[in-house]
Design a protein around this ligand. Structure first.
Ligand code: MN
Ligand code: MN
Length: 299
């Protein structure tokens, strides 16, 4: 990797780390989710990075993919187990990181500690040419030994310029797929999830998170308003996920427009991913760069 790209990854990593750490300190009982995500996203922009995806706040049995909508009145509650997942990019070079906290209680401290340990063990092992299934096995064994299940259908992923899921997947179980092997300079997000539930997620309601598809069908869309808005989205958000909140600043009544665009196949709308047995879920995530010695954690 050339020095310039490496520096951008490190810068994105520093900013994402700061956004995660300071963001966690904002999460308190009776605070609006909306005010927390807005403040974190402002921090990322002020630090000179781009927002790689809307700040995700997933609570209790929601494992991933929720970001408040523009008029969301949901507040954090005592006892909530909160996953905060943030991403920053510098010129498209992305750092992705997440951490779990429990608000005001300590019932799930062992499950938080377990997932942190699983990530530590995976990072210790991560290096060029290791089978990613081996990493999955390490995560699974670590969590099982501590009394929890990994979420088998959520994975880590490689990252590339403006690309959040770039080909490689890092399983959280010793699955039977050939997951391939990372090479030096690969950038990889490792993200174990632990649960006391079924160990898999299912799709649920909408997340308020969208993505422009590279579909050609926009040419077939006769509605010029829709076409104009779509081009605006592509220009602002590239190929990265964006929030309904951000779309609302571009077009009022965005919920309706976004639904229509999703129906036309111009956008993908992510569902919330919830634990199949409504188990509690914890997560920890770091982005690493594969080096000669092993890997370097940038977040
Ligand atoms: Mn993430
Ligand atoms: Mn990730």
């Amino acid at each position: 990797m050339n020095e310039e790209i490496y520096d951008r990854y490190r810068q994105a990593g520093e900013i994402a780390k700061k956004a995660r750490t300071q963001g966690l300190s904002l999460i308190k009982e009776k605070t609006l989710l909306l005010s927390v995500v807005t403040e974190i996203e402002d921090m990322i922009l002020t630090a000179g990075a781009g927002i790689a995806f809307p700040v995700n706040i997933s609570i209790n049995h929601v494992a991933a993919h929720y970001s408040p909508h523009h008029a969301d009145t949901t507040m954090f509650k005592k006892g909530d187990v909160v996953k905060l997942d943030v991403g920053a990019h510098v010129d498209g070079y992305i750092a992705d990181t997440a951490e779990t906290i429990e608000i005001g209680t300590t019932h799930y401290t062992p499950m938080i500690t377990a997932v942190n340990k699983a990530l530590d063990n995976a990072i210790t092992e991560m290096r060029a040419d290791i089978s990613l299934t081996t990493i999955g096995k390490t995560v699974e064994t670590t969590l099982n030994n501590l009394g929890y299940k990994p979420i088998e259908n959520l994975t880590g992923h490689s990252l590339q310029k403006y690309e959040l899921h770039a080909g490689l997947s890092v399983p959280n179980v010793a699955d039977r797929f050939n997951r391939g092997k990372p090479q030096i300079d690969d950038v990889i997000a490792i993200e174990p999830f632990a649960t006391n539930g079924a160990g898999r997620v299912i799709s649920s309601e909408g997340s308020n998170i969208y993505l422009c598809t590279s579909s050609l069908s926009q040419k077939l869309v006769r509605d010029t308003h829709i076409r104009t808005i779509y081009q605006r989205f592509k220009k602002e958000f590239h190929s990265l996920p964006f929030a309904q909140r951000w779309a609302e600043k571009i077009t009022s009544n965005s919920a309706f427009t976004l639904r229509k665009m999703t129906f036309l196949g111009l956008l993908k709308h992510y569902p919330q991913l919830i634990e199949a047995n409504k188990g509690i879920v914890t997560q920890k995530e770091h982005t690493v760069i594969i080096t000669e010695q092993g890997c370097e954690v940038i977040t």
